[in-house]
Ligand binder design. Structure first.
Ligand code: GLC
Length: 622
């Protein structure tokens, strides 16, 4: 009898263990500590610091022998860092193999973690599928879709061998004048919680050792989207830009309760999803650089929230902590930073940190903690498995830019379109209309559809990447063969058409370059709308932008108004909505202001009067 009870208890315990492990999204990183600690004991100080050092790929490869001399454990390709052999799937894959081969020449042959900003698809690489930016995905409210996009992105990134993306951005932008608004899912922390978690699960899956998973990086910790508008350049920046509105890398003036309520939420759920890396923000919290804050990096993130992965600094962010670089490195590493993104100063970082440890100013325990965290991830990803190939899996090239991924992106586009106005049932448009006139600077422009962080750091207008479909091309593909589609950028020549479509908005930008004091439409857009209006036909306006814009100047002339924000390469998703193949379901992820003097304008802003043109969550259907 006794034996039977013992078996019963053991069985129950086993089932509970299975259930728990099945529930938790991924194996805890600390469960790898036995292998990690054994490996750590074999490492020299230089080998440990090498794991904490991340140069730009082209700079370290440009100094033959440096990968070995500095025991480099990670490299990045920043926004403008392409392979020397050009921007192609083959060249990127060859670059990855070359980087790993260099790492294999070191004593311990620890594989490199290669990081890149695959923030809306594998967006540095020509021919990849460019998905809508997060602001548009926020309008879908669809966590399953966001997870699928993460999965597809992971596969396209792995096709080049690369195994780490600096995303998702779980910022909660509170002032849409900020140039990084579009990198956020929403002004609303609850929406960011859910979609940020889905993005991590999509990218990492539930098993980091899956060769189709990539390491995610929740960023930028914390409060990057809550900085106060200023007119002076941040400390350490050339004051020549003083007087221009600045939000990016500014100061978030909040007490800790408010910081947690609004800006911490995406990190809580990202950690629940098992995120393996987190990037501290350039910005400051009540005057203290996030990258220098022990309260933020160690006490809250690692001790209270139990984050077991590693912290990667932003691009030269450590340098901004103090003009005395050695002091800056000491402060940041002791605060809890684990890896330095030191693109062009990797040698200086390596030597400075080595000195600090030898002088006892950075304890070896801090170095061991940082390297343990990095090695946990490398073990969890299977990188340390001697049987795992150190070269890219080129069989994945068939999935890169695939029809399936384009179809998924098209689904995301149509689900993200928000219908803001539709007088006299102007929409949906008949596919049998006699003639449709298309106009506007972004009607036939893949680069404008994609926005920043596309092939180039700032993105660019025009044919920025092949394989996509512009809105004009999508309209032509959607209508019947008897329908004539004409085009003029400025809206002239529309007389006689059944209706006119005008695609207006913003040109590509990224980061602080996109900080704008005035979000009014430019004259070219207003002229195009007026030219269509003067043709005496219904006017359909589509806004392609990284945020809500002030549309008062064209609203009276507009019969139907839609926004797609930054849809990416798959313009057919917009035609699906315009012609009624998909009944719009998108709902605004940000409040849409009536005027600039309302900003910052958020549904949850305490005390402020909330009187938007279109409120958070607004969206019409047919
Ligand atoms: C940039 C951005 C960050 C990006 C990193 C690497 O400055 O702040 O989002 O991941 O550098 O490109």
């Amino acid at each position: 009898m006794k034996k039977a009870c013992t078996y019963a208890v053991a069985t129950c315990l086993f089932l509970i263990l299975i259930l728990f492990s099945a529930c938790s999204p991924t194996r805890r990183l600390s469960s790898f500590d036995p292998q990690v600690n054994e490996f750590l004991e074999r490492m020299t100080l230089e080998e440990k610091i090498g794991q904490m050092t991340q140069p730009e790929q082209d700079l370290v490869l440009g100094n033959p022998g440096d990968m070995q001399k500095y025991f480099i454990g990670s490299v990045l390709s920043g926004g403008n860092s392409d392979p020397a052999d050009g921007n192609s799937l083959e060249a990127w894959t060859d670059l990855y193999d070359k980087v790993q081969a260099e790492a294999m020449k070191t004593r311990l042959a620890i594989p490199v973690l290669y990081g890149i900003d695959a923030v809306h698809g594998h967006s540095n690489v020509l021919g990849s599928v460019i998905f809508p930016h997060n602001i548009a995905l926020g309008c879908t409210r669809d966590a399953d879709l966001v997870e699928k996009i993460g999965r597809a992105t992971a596969i396209e990134v792995r096709a080049t061998g690369i195994q780490w993306t600096f995303g998702p951005c779980v910022t909660v932008p509170q002032d849409i004048r900020w140039g990084r608004t579009y990198e956020g899912f929403s002004e609303d922390p609850t929406l960011v919680r859910g979609l940020g978690k889905a993005a991590v699960l999509g990218l990492q899956g539930t098993d980091l050792s899956n060769p189709l998973s990539i390491l995610a990086c929740a960023k930028h910790y914390v409060g990057d989207g809550g900085t106060a508008a200023a007119t002076a350049a941040p400390p350490g920046f050339p004051q020549s830009k003083a007087g221009r509105l600045r939000l990016d890398q500014g100061d978030t003036k909040l007490d800790e309760a408010a910081l947690r309520r609004v800006h911490l939420q995406g990190y809580i759920t990202a950690i629940q999803a098992g995120v393996g890396s987190i990037m501290p923000s350039y910005s400051t919290w009540n005057g203290v650089r996030c990258s220098a804050s022990k309260r933020l990096l160690t006490e809250i993130l690692k001790e209270e929230l139990g984050f077991e992965g590693f912290l990667i600094s932003d691009y030269n962010a450590i340098d901004q902590i103090d003009p005395d670089y050695k002091k800056a490195v000491r402060i940041s590493i002791n605060a809890g930073m684990d890896m330095a993104m030191a693109p062009n100063t990797y040698r200086e970082f390596f030597n400075t940190l080595k000195e600090l440890v030898e002088e006892g100013k950075v304890p070896m325990s801090r170095i061991d903690d940082a390297v343990k965290r990095i090695l946990r991830v490398k073990f969890a990803m299977g990188l340390m498995d001697p049987d795992r190939p150190r070269t890219a899996d080129r069989t994945l090239h068939k999935d890169f830019g695939s029809k399936e991924h384009r179809s998924l992106a098209r689904e995301a586009v149509r689900k993200s379109v928000v219908l803001l106005k539709n007088e006299n049932q102007t929409l949906p448009i008949s596919k049998k209309a006699t003639r449709i006139h298309v106009s506007g600077k972004s009607a036939d422009n893949i680069g404008n559809q994609c926005g920043g962080w596309t092939i180039l750091w700032q993105g660019r207008s025009g044919e920025v990447t092949p394989g996509g479909t512009t809105i004009l091309q999508a309209v032509k593909a959607a209508v019947s063969q008897d329908t004539e589609v004409t085009y003029s950028r400025d809206g002239t020549g529309a007389e006689g058409a059944a209706l006119g479509i005008v695609v207006i908005g913003e040109l590509p930008y990224a980061e602080g370059i996109g900080d704008r004091a005035d979000l009014s439409l430019d004259d070219e857009d207003i002229t195009a709308v007026n030219n269509i209006k003067s043709a005496g036909i219904p006017v359909v306006v589509l806004v392609i932008s990284g945020r809500p814009l002030i549309v008062n100047d064209i609203l009276p002339q507009t019969d139907a108004l839609l926004v797609s924000f930054l849809p990416g390469t798959e313009g057919r998703g917009i035609a699906d909505v315009l012609f009624g193949d998909y009944n719009p379901t998108g709902r605004l992820s940000f409040s849409w202001p009536k005027s600039m003097d309302q900003l910052p304008l958020n549904r949850n802003s305490p005390g402020a009067e909330y009187d938007p043109l279109y409120p958070f969550g607004y969206g019409l259907t047919y």
